[in-house]
Design a protein around this ligand. Structure first.
Ligand code: GLN
Length: 492
């Protein structure tokens, strides 16, 4: 088996047993990127020489005590990495090649563990989107069918992981951006409880919703990365000192007697019949493992998209204010005055989706409309959170689809932003409630229907109460080990 196709856990065993060196593992990922990334466009910056240098140092030391030691990975292009261009895939930073003078906390923790950064992956501009089509570097393609999108916004990280360009990748999830691309590309992705991982040094989109997390080839790998990056960070006041459990140890326990809820609001008109069938079919696997599945209700689900698309743009409009062309980023020479300068920098630097959100958010927060939109949305957010509180009194975890269909073709929603927003119908509620949720492969499309073909990955979403990553990982692990969908690879 080519070393780049290994999981972290498998590669770690081989490194420890001296069956393979970190330099060989790193070179295998580099070769793979060079072979397939011209088609996928998952990477936007490559740091191969440095990764190889670091790999050789680790090989010389020969200590592979940490499971991430000598393991190559890729990072979504919104994580600051000292000395490495970081652009948010936006022209506002790309034109000036913003190079951070510091590491994000996650980068720092991964470095300390001995993981090797191969470079940066593509994302929707400042993570706004569900298809990685709004990036200034162009679209990332789905490894299972390159006419299709990889999902978004962490589409680069998902495609790279699924195509074995790396052993794992980092992403961010504000309203689905880890889970949805993992589901489109057939890998595994975890959105953590708000505050479980540090966001220090990661470009903000919507601060009350942003989380950062891993995309991997297996649940065990998710546990390994999470253990390494989770926990209190004095540099991010929203992180919590809730202890970080040994996630990997918790995986193998039985799920016998666990109660799982399937929300009826997550099966809607217009969803792909194979998505519905694959998700409903998981019941059999859970039942044979001794768990029960019952129908539940999350009654405010229908308000999730409209609520999110008030709160998220409001916070975006504030976070994007820093890109004014004065401290860093794109500049322009011939402005009449300061206002004209801001106007030109932001007109030239931002793409349409970012501009649209700045406008919606500024409007929703303005004096005359704040009560009608923003305050109202915050109240509905509380109701959505209460739906989950209520549900978790009855069930241990919730299972549902991640999105209504498998990967759609590039350009499907080009002229219809609202249709693109509706892609998020199953992935924004968890973000507003601040709960953990993951996507694990649960099948493939089987039939040809308008706009879709056979053989596209489908993911199962598993949600748990706040701080219960351990529980959802255990459930996902039991499912994954029984179903084995994660072992299929795209032919590229
Ligand atoms: N698709 C959602 C949006 O466009 C989620 C993005 C994200 O999680 N970063 O806002």
């Amino acid at each position: 088996m080519a070393p780049n196709t290994l999981t972290i856990a498998e590669a770690h065993e081989q490194l420890k047993g001296k069956k393979i060196s970190s330099a060989e593992l790193t070179q295998a990922c580099i070769d793979r990127i060079e072979k397939v990334d011209g088609t996928l466009n998952a990477t936007v910056f490559r740091n191969f020489e440095r990764a190889l240098e670091e790999a050789k140092k680790i090989d010389t030391k020969g200590e592979f005590t940490h499971p991430l030691s000598g393991i190559p990975y890729l990072t979504k292009d919104v994580f600051c990495e000292k000395g490495v261009p970081t652009t948010g895939c936006s022209n506002v930073l790309r034109r000036k090649d913003y190079i951070p003078a510091f590491d994000s906390t996650t980068t720092k923790r991964l470095k300390a563990a001995g993981a090797l950064s191969l470079g940066k992956t593509n994302t929707d501009e400042f993570t706004m989107g569900a298809s990685t089509e709004t990036s200034c570097y162009g679209v990332t393609r789905c490894p299972w069918d390159t006419k299709r999108v990889a999902g978004g916004s962490s589409g680069g990280s998902a495609a790279a992981t699924a195509a074995d360009e790396c052993l794992f990748a980092l992403g961010t999830d504000t309203g689905g951006s880890i889970r949805q691309p993992a589901n489109f590309c057939g890998c595994t992705g975890l959105r953590v409880t708000y505050g479980r991982t540090s966001r220090y040094g990661v470009m903000s989109m919507a601060s009350s919703l942003d989380t950062i997390g891993p995309l991997c080839k297996s649940i065990e790998d998710i546990a390994i990365v999470l253990e390494t990056i989770a926990g209190k960070d004095p540099l991010d006041a929203t992180t919590s000192d809730v202890p970080v459990p040994h996630y990997r140890q918790a995986l193998s326990g039985s799920i016998k007697g666990m109660k799982l809820g399937m929300p009826k609001e997550y099966f809607i008109k217009g969803m792909h019949k194979d998505t519905e069938a694959a998700v409903r079919d998981t019941t059999k696997v859970f039942e044979s493992a001794g768990a029960t599945v019952e129908e539940i209700s999350l009654p405010h689900t229908e308000y999730a998209v409209p609520t999110y698309y008030i709160i998220c743009p409001s916070e975006v409009s504030s976070n994007m204010a820093r890109y004014d062309g004065i401290r860093y980023g794109h500049t322009t020479g011939d402005a009449k005055d300061l206002i004209d300068y801001y106007h030109r920098v932001r007109t030239e630097g931002f793409g349409n989706e970012v501009k649209r959100r700045i406008m919606i958010g500024t409007y929703a927060l303005s004096a005359g409309y704040y009560d009608a939109y923003y305050r109202q949305a915050q109240k509905v957010r509380t109701l959505i959170k209460r739906d989950f509180d209520e549900a978790f009194r009855k069930v241990d975890a919730i299972i549902a689809p991640v999105s209504p269909t498998p990967a759609f073709t590039v350009g499907t929603h080009e002229n219809d932003p609202v249709a693109m927003y509706l892609e998020d119908v199953f992935s924004v509620s968890q973000a507003m409630a601040g709960i953990p949720a993951l996507s694990v492969p649960c099948g493939f499309s089987k039939s040809v229907t308008p706009g879709f073909v056979e053989g596209l990955p489908i993911g199962l979403q598993i949600m748990g109460p706040q701080w219960q990553e351990e529980r959802i990982l255990k459930i996902a692990y039991a499912y994954e080990q029984a179903a084995e969908w994660h072992e299929r690879k795209p032919k590229l």
